[in-house]
Ligand binder design. Structure first.
Ligand SMILES: [Zn+2]
Ligand SMILES: [Zn+2]
Length: 536
């Protein structure tokens, strides 16, 4: 039976097409190094990566490339900018950037002054993130493809068929008429991109007046220079550059966001056959997602990059999020990372044949999702410690001690289990401090415990003191639990009121991690000293 997973279904289509075209398939994704790319934009890369991975697994060759559109102009300055270590800096620190508005990103200086340009810097930050999740497409700068002359035949075709090009532009964009030429040149005087008004195919030149281009409803200020430039000093506009790249690389498959589905993809479907004489790739539209219920926006600054995520979530679990069906809008709730991790753990169990998922389809899909998301699957099914428990433990003791404790409690067995638990403890610790909310934990100090006991009913205090005596005399947890029931019954206290009381005194919360685990983590002696009021 062939797999139902979306990536496998696409892989089959990719292979079928590459066989009929008799060439190695090309899977392409693409970003503008605008400085504001985030984990929503990561969709583009990962929706290409998983089908690519599936093609490779089927024993076929496949090319996976990533374009960096470094000739795109600087349109907006994000609210915050990441340095090469992925640390964020307020954009207000770089007021000089505004001067480069409208200039191609490869000509804009790196605000951190560590790389050749703005484009290079943010491409490196982005690619570092991809490498951290073990996704390694071959990187091409679009500017290099221009320099290599590979765009020339397509620029020529756009100029030769300018009537058809103008018609396509005006059909799809109401603001443009049929005389529009979709090519911009960089001004030799001020570097701003300017729309051209004439071209010379024989001498590969274009004519323009600087200042004639509108970017994001704002007129880019030019210097008024007028003249001819070689067309190598310019670029096709996006609607034409995109299909030209698809033609240059013979792209077999390319994913894109819903925004492009309604806009530039429609142009691609006309430009490739009508102007370039090429066949559009297999398309794939993905939905964007929300983070904490909000749309991410670089200008607002509520964005996350891969490097931010890997502080609070394991890399494989993070990738697991993207193997889910891509057509549905989701909300990535950072306060609920533990749920995503639980789902991952269940899929891992299914992968190793230990699943308890309701249906065979779900089981198969879960297995495949796990297999696609994980970079190096463990040799045997690991014994996992839940994220929520790791979050609790990581707050109560040093991480080395936490791993020892997990061993002692038999939550983990092998060396592999211990390594995986440590990875999870590391992220869970940062997560609980940053997004943990009600999962934040701290053991009460002696003073806090006194205060918290005073807030209880007399009955609750009495039961806690009696339970303290049990902890001292009885080590077996099952027997301790029996005693709790007996004491509660004798004192006419509901068992839920006992739990509410003990969590309140130990951690100042109405509930918490499993009680006996918590006692074991805090230590029996300390628990006794905190809950007992008999001597007070
Ligand atoms: Zn840099
Ligand atoms: Zn100029």
């Amino acid at each position: 039976m062939s797999s139902l997973h979306w990536a496998d279904q696409l892989a089959e289509k990719i292979i079928e097409r590459s066989h009929s075209e008799k060439r190695v398939p090309n899977v392409k994704c693409q970003q503008t190094p605008s400085g504001g790319k985030h984990i929503g934009n990561l969709n583009d890369v990962l929706r290409a990566y998983f089908p690519y991975k599936s093609v490779i697994e089927k024993g076929e060759k496949c090319e996976f490339i990533h374009m960096s559109d470094d000739r795109d102009p600087l349109k907006d300055i994000p609210a915050k900018l990441a340095d090469l270590e992925a640390k964020w800096h307020d954009a207000a620190k770089f007021p000089e950037l505004k001067k480069f508005y409208g200039q191609p990103l490869f000509k804009v200086p790196d605000p951190f002054q560590c790389c050749e340009s703005y484009a290079k810097h943010f491409t490196i930050v982005w690619m570092n993130g991809l490498h951290e999740i073990d996704v390694k497409p071959i990187l091409h700068y679009t500017g290099d493809v221009y320099k290599q002359g590979k765009f020339d035949p397509y620029i020529k075709l756009v100029f030769e068929k300018r009537e058809i090009a103008g018609k396509i532009v005006s059909d799809l964009q109401a603001s443009k008429d049929t005389s529009y030429i979709p090519f911009d040149a960089f001004c030799p005087q001020c570097s701003v991109l300017a729309n051209i008004d004439d071209f010379d195919i024989k001498n590969k030149k274009v004519h323009f007046t600087c200042g004639g281009k509108t970017i994001k409803q704002k007129k880019a200020e030019g210097c008024g220079y007028e003249g001819w430039q070689p067309w190598s000093e310019g670029k096709l506009q996006w609607r034409f550059e995109w299909p030209a790249l698809m033609s240059i690389f013979h792209t077999t498959f390319e994913p894109f966001g819903k925004d492009h589905a309604e806009g530039s993809w429609k142009s691609v479907m006309r430009i490739m056959p009508e102007i370039f004489n090429t066949v559009p790739p297999i398309p794939f539209v993905y939905e964007f997602f929300l983070v904490n219920g909000e749309k991410m926006s670089a200008s607002k600054g509520n964005v996350y990059i891969v490097q931010d995520m890997l502080k609070i979530i394991e890399a494989d679990v993070f990738k697991f999020y993207y193997v889910k069906r891509p057509e549905k809008q989701r909300d990535l709730d950072l306060t609920k990372i533990f749920q995503l991790t639980d789902e991952f753990d269940l899929s891992e169990q299914a992968f190793f044949g230990k699943g308890e998922l309701q249906s065979e389809n779900r089981e198969e899909n879960a297995k495949r999702m796990y297999d696609l998301a994980v970079s190096n699957p463990p040799k045997k099914c690991p014994k996992r410690v839940s994220f929520a428990f790791c979050a609790a433990l990581s707050q109560l003791m040093p991480l080395d001690a936490a791993v020892e404790k997990l061993n002692e409690l038999k939550h983990i067995e092998t060396k592999q289990d211990a390594e995986l638990a440590m990875q999870r403890l590391l992220v869970a610790k940062i997560w609980s401090v940053t997004y943990g909310g009600e999962h934040k934990l701290a053991i009460s100090t002696a003073e806090e415990a006194v205060e918290r006991k005073n807030a209880l009913s007399e009955n609750q205090r009495k039961v806690l003191s009696e339970f303290a005596a049990v902890i001292v005399s009885e080590a077996d947890e099952t027997k301790q639990m029996e005693k709790i029931r007996e004491i509660c019954k004798a004192n006419n206290l509901a068992i839920s009121d006992f739990f509410a009381a003990i969590y309140a005194v130990l951690i100042g919360k109405p509930r918490g991690p499993k009680l006996f685990t918590l006692i074991s983590v805090i230590g029996r002696e300390k628990v006794v000293s905190l809950i007992d009021s008999s001597g007070a």
